[in-house]
Design a protein around this ligand. Structure first.
Ligand code: NAD
Ligand code: UDP
Length: 332
């Protein structure tokens, strides 16, 4: 009998979601191979895992041929820039990791006879004309807009994944992830939660884009990881929304952050970025039915934990508000 531990490859392992997934799979008794080229990630997120025998790390760009010696039972493909500022600064890498990177990982999954879960996104719905968004909705994406590099790469990723499923019979899972937050987000990645908390901690005004009437629905990371874990182990191959339907306008959210952090600063309004979706809320009926999953952590509780994490960062990290330097990475 084969007594070896199941082995999972997690791409994007040094990033926010990838690092939490590594923790979860190690806890669940898997042997974990993390892979990352560190373009937006940070080894600090996984340094606590390096001393564990069941964890190994490959510093590798998944847009190049991916080789992993030995058995692989599962792949979680999470490598991709994920914040609007990141993918505007590195648009071509964003397109490549969603397309070429996904192709490489599907090829690896086929060769290893592994099951693969890909990290898709609510962005495939674009600026949605249907509310809330269910998996049946095809989306409203501007292919040539600034967000198109991310949205279209993710849409291609879903298509090629379904093609491998249908044509090669590969075991595939597609998670459509809605805005998720928690410890280990990069303070300066531009996403709204680290942006607002960073501003509050530095004593700066909170920058609300547009009139702040646009909505988002924020999911705490432990809930997200739980949904992803259940989806991987399910037998369901069509896309599943994983997110928290608790919707709020960005202006109301800024006011919540002011109360949570006790900052004396005020809200200032800035231009709304192009194609910024006006409404976003997941319909999670499918996840409830197929996975028996729904989020459990309220925004209040999740935000308190997230604030505690950011408060614990060094002053150096807090005041390093410059965006990550991508210059050492190939910009092609
Ligand atoms: P993140 O930027 O923290 O993590 C992404 C990781 O991928 C980083 O460590 C980065 O260095 C790595 N990476 C990027 N390109 C790579 C490449 N070519 N080769 C190897 N590694 C590479 O972002 P995140 O929030 O953790 O997002 C992870 C995944 O989840 C992404 O695919 C993203 O699209 C998806 N997602 C996240 C959210 C969210 O709210 N966090 C929402 C929807 C989808
Ligand atoms: N946003 C904002 N101020 C900021 C950063 C973001 O008002 O400093 C808004 C942004 O315009 C969007 C929402 O917050 O409407 C969520 O932005 P984020 O970048 O976190 O993710 P998105 O859901 O747009 O990918």
């Amino acid at each position: 009998m084969d007594n070896r531990k199941k082995r999972v490859l997690i791409t994007g392992a040094a990033g926010f979601l990838g690092s939490h997934l590594c923790d979860r799979f190690v806890e669940e008794g898997y042997s974990v191979v993390g892979m990352d080229n560190l373009i937006t990630g940070d080894l600090k997120n996984i340094e606590h895992l390096f001393k564990k025998a069941e964890f190994e790390f490959y510093h590798h760009d998944v847009t190049k041929f991916v080789h992993v010696p030995g058995p692989v039972d599962y792949i979680m493909h999470f490598a991709s820039p994920a914040s609007p500022i990141d993918y505007l600064k590195i648009p071509i890498q964003t397109l490549k990791v969603g397309s070429l990177g996904t192709h490489n990982l599907l090829g690896l999954a086929k060769q290893k006879n592994a099951r693969i879960l890909i990290a898709s996104t609510s962005e495939i719905y674009g600026d949605p004309l249907v509310h809330p968004q269910s998996e049946e909705y095809y989306g409203n994406v501007n292919t040539i807009g600034p967000r198109g590099v991310y949205d279209e790469a993710k849409r291609f990723q879903e298509s090629i994944t379904m093609a491998y499923h249908r044509f090669h019979g590969l075991e595939t899972r597609i998670a459509r992830i809605f805005n998720t937050y928690g410890p280990r987000m990069r303070l300066n990645d531009g996403r709204v939660i680290p942006a607002f908390i960073g501003q509050a901690l530095r004593g700066e005004d909170l920058t609300v884009f547009g009139d702040g009437k646009q909505t988002r629905s924020f999911c705490y990371v432990s809930d997200q990881v739980d949904g992803l874990y259940k989806l991987l182990l399910s037998d369901y191959s069509l896309p599943v929304n994983i997110g928290n339907p608790d919707e709020i306008t960005i202006l109301d959210f800024a006011e919540e952050i002011i109360r949570l952090t006790g900052t004396k600063q005020k809200i200032v309004f800035k231009d709304l970025p192009k194609d910024d979706p006006l409404q976003r809320q997941p319909d999670i009926s499918r996840a409830k039915e197929v996975l028996g999953w729904e989020p459990r952590v309220s925004r209040q509780e999740g935000m308190e934990k997230t604030f505690a994490y950011f408060k614990g960062l060094s002053a150096e990290a807090l005041f390093d508000s410059e965006h990550k330097d991508f210059s050492k990475h190939n910009r092609r």
